[in-house]
Ligand binder design. Structure first.
Ligand code: HEC
Length: 170
């Protein structure tokens, strides 16, 4: 009798692990599909001239501390005005994603980086955590301030790239 009970508890524990593991694994994908893909497209490729690509681009931003912060800031606080991405100009608007939780934002950024930027991710990249998002979200930035952050990280990009870093060869 006792053994039978043990078997049940093992089965229930295994099911719980599967259920929770499954959620943790796919929530970034779900947040992306539900909120971002309509503009940035299913593979993050964007729409040239209208919605910037999130594929093969943002993975290089996380090389610097400010670039890493910028990705949280642009999703949290939105952005508008002219930017250049892969040589093309965009002059659009992205809303602030206030309805997403800190955990949603860390999950969706990790998803975008893992899925669409694996080749350019620094070897020492550490996934975002909800706590990091919470910390960065506490200091509110305007749309213009977010764009200024972006401009600042784009300028020294050459300097960062030529510094000895842990970049993966690509
Ligand atoms: C309604 C269309 C739309 C949706 C939906 C949208 N975005 Fe954007 N996103 C944009 C536009 C437009 C820009 C560029 C804004 C500009 O030109 O200043 C942008 C910029 C970005 C950038 C900055 C890219 C860079 O190279 O600096 C990131 C990162 C980003 N979006 C992530 C997301 C994520 C994550 C979601 C879902 C939670 C999302 N976006 C949903 C339209 C959208």
């Amino acid at each position: 009798m006792k053994r039978r009970k043990d078997r049940w508890s093992i089965l229930i524990a295994a099911m719980l692990i599967l259920a929770l593991g499954g959620t943790a694994h796919s929530s970034g994908a779900r947040v992306f599909a539900a909120n971002c893909a309509v503009c940035h497209q299913n593979h993050g490729q964007g729409v040239p001239g209208t919605y910037p690509s999130l594929a093969g681009t943002v993975g290089s931003y996380v090389r610097s501390k400010s670039g890493r912060a910028y990705l949280v800031q642009v999703v949290s606080f939105g952005m508008n005005g002219a930017i250049v991405s892969r040589g093309a100009e965009y002059n659009g608007f992205m809303q602030p994603w206030t309805q997403l939780s800190d955990a949603d934002i860390s999950a969706v950024l990790n998803y975008i980086l893992d899925r669409f930027n694996a080749k350019i991710l620094p070897a020492d990249f550490k996934p975002y955590t909800a706590a990091e998002v919470k910390y960065l979200r506490a200091t509110h930035l305007s749309f213009d301030q977010v764009r200024a952050e972006r401009d600042a990280i784009m300028k020294p990009a050459g300097a960062v790239a030529s510094a000895p870093s842990a970049m993966k060869a690509h």
